[in-house]
Structures are given as C-alpha cells and as structure tokens.
Write a protein that binds this ligand. Structure first.
Ligand code: CUA
Length: 142
C-alpha cells in the first residue's frame, strides 16, 4: 500500500509539474494575488454587452459575492464570469442550469436566460467556513 501511495504521488507530480497538466479552465485563468488590479475583476459589475445580452463579472470571497445584487429585464441572457479571491466557493442558481465551482486562479463561466420576472438567488454551494450559509446574492428580473 505504501508503494502504491508513492507511485501515485510520483505519477501526479510528473503529470502536473513535468507535463504541465492542470484542471481545465474554460473561462481562463487569473492570478488571485493581483485580482484587484486585473480587468474585468478589478470592477465586478453587470454590463450590457448587446441588447438583452449581459455579462456579470463576479468575485467570490469569504463570505460574499461581489456584487450581491443584480437587476436585469425579463428575457435577458446573462453570462456569469466568476472567480475567487481566496478559497474554493460554489455558484448555483436554484431552478436554473447554473452550478459551477469557483476556484482561485480560475474563471468559471456559465450562461443563463431569465425569461420569467421574479427573484433568483445565487448561492455558494461549497462549504467555505462558518458563514457559508449567508453567502448568496440576488438577481431581480423585472
Ligand atoms: Cu462560499 Cu460557501
């Protein structure tokens, strides 16, 4: 068993550091240490990029999303681009097909269409500490 552990360690180390294999980051990569100076994450906000098309740039940190409130008109399509300032968080919009991990160094991207007016929550679904349960934001679709 000890030899197996050593063999796995060597295999993982070689693939990560020699071959350069990493987790895929479909939204791209960003350095958490310089996030505050790195566009677009230096100014997390909702932007209209075309009529009815929005981009929501969010940052996650213990224990809040920035921004924590978004408002879009009914029928809007929103592409969320999210990264973490500190540790692993999650991003889920219950009732929508939006469920991604938020990993420091990576940009997670998910696109959601909001047809019906109402209020939708985006919640952290990855346990991230004592106040994990209060880590959420709200989207108002008017
Ligand atoms: Cu952030 Cu749980």
């Amino acid at each position: 068993a000890g030899a197996m552990v050593v063999a796995f360690f060597i295999t993982v180390s070689v693939s990560a550091f020699v071959w350069g294999l990493q987790l895929p980051a479909p939204g791209g990569r960003v350095d958490p240490a310089t996030l505050a100076q790195t566009p677009p994450f230096d100014k997390p906000e909702l932007r209209e990029i075309a009529p009815g098309q929005y981009e929501a740039v969010l940052t996650a940190q213990t224990w809040a999303f920035l921004p924590a409130k978004l408002e879009v008109p009914a029928g809007a399509t929103v592409t969320f681009k999210i990264t973490s300032k500190d540790i692993i968080h999650g991003f889920e919009i219950p009732g929508k097909r939006a469920n991604v991990m938020i990993i420091p160094g990576q940009v997670s991207s998910v696109t959601v269409k909001f047809d019906k007016p109402g209020e939708y929550l985006y919640i952290c679904h990855e346990y991230c500490g004592i106040a994990h349960h209060v880590m959420f934001g709200k989207i108002t679709v008017a």
